[in-house]
Design a protein around this ligand. Sequence first.
Ligand SMILES: [Zn+2]
Length: 95
Amino acid sequence: MSTKHDRAGSHHCRRMAAVFSDYLDRDLREAACRKVDEHLKRCPDCRLYLDTLSRTITLYRGLGGVRVPKNVESRLFATIRLAAAKKKQTKRTIR
Ligand SMILES: [Zn+2]
């Protein structure tokens, strides 16, 4: 597998996004987790995504332990890419 990483926002990031919810659930095997970790080190876009996704999942769990639907994940990803493009940094704490 290629380890070459293009700029944040390349398609492979979308593929990464597909495994993030499993990653957060620790459903992934160790090797896959390492792969995700490696990617995250190099890709601030995905770090931002994962951070937001993790907060979203926390919210969902607070609502009764449901998993975040896939369409929510992809919409999140689109939103975050927009936010990253604007380089707006607003820190919010979700309680
Ligand atoms: Zn990425």
